[in-house]
Design a protein around this ligand. Structure first.
Ligand code: FES
Length: 157
């Protein structure tokens, strides 16, 4: 049963935006969770910008809303509380450090694994925060934990 079509493939679904709360509240708490069209998301307010992404980490489904935000290579990231994977708030890229094995004295460099966590769009209208789910036509690793048996819907109250 899928009355609103929310379990459709993101490639074909057009999502309407959903009001998830008030700007004044997220500015105080700096994060909130919400269920948008049956998908759990976390919304961060960091340095004057809003970022929304799937709430479960692409690696093993860790709870990103319980992670800390830190900067790596000048890029704000949520650090997953389970295994410390770093995910950029702006793009959902997984970051890792790499070292040249032929030059072990070289400083490790931050590299991107590509987009791993699905990012959603946040808009603000008249003090209300709206989230529009991404329907970008690619398979994102975090989709696995946002759908099917791994999906765990929390109370948003
Ligand atoms: Fe997030 Fe493993 S579940 S780092």
């Amino acid at each position: 049963m899928d009355p609103d079509g929310s379990e459709q493939d993101p490639e074909t679904k057009k999502y309407s935006s959903v009001c998830v709360g008030r700007e004044e509240d997220i500015k105080k708490s700096e994060r909130m969770t919400a269920v948008v069209h049956d998908r759990e998301v976390v919304i961060f307010y960091h340095r004057g910008e809003y970022h929304a992404m799937d709430i479960r980490c692409y690696h093993s489904g860790g709870p990103l809303h319980l992670g800390e935000i830190e900067e790596f290579d000048g890029r704000p990231c949520i650090v997953c509380p389970w295994h410390k994977y770093k995910i950029t708030l702006a793009t959902g890229e997984g970051l890792y450090q790499s070292i040249n094995p032929k030059d072990p004295s070289a400083k490790p460099k931050w590299c991107s694994k590509g987009i791993k966590q699905r990012i959603h769009t946040v808009t603000v209208d008249n003090g209300n925060i709206y989230v529009t789910l991404s329907n970008e036509p690619f398979k994102c690793d975090s989709d696995f934990y946002a759908t099917g048996v791994f999906k765990v819907i929390q109370s948003s109250s």
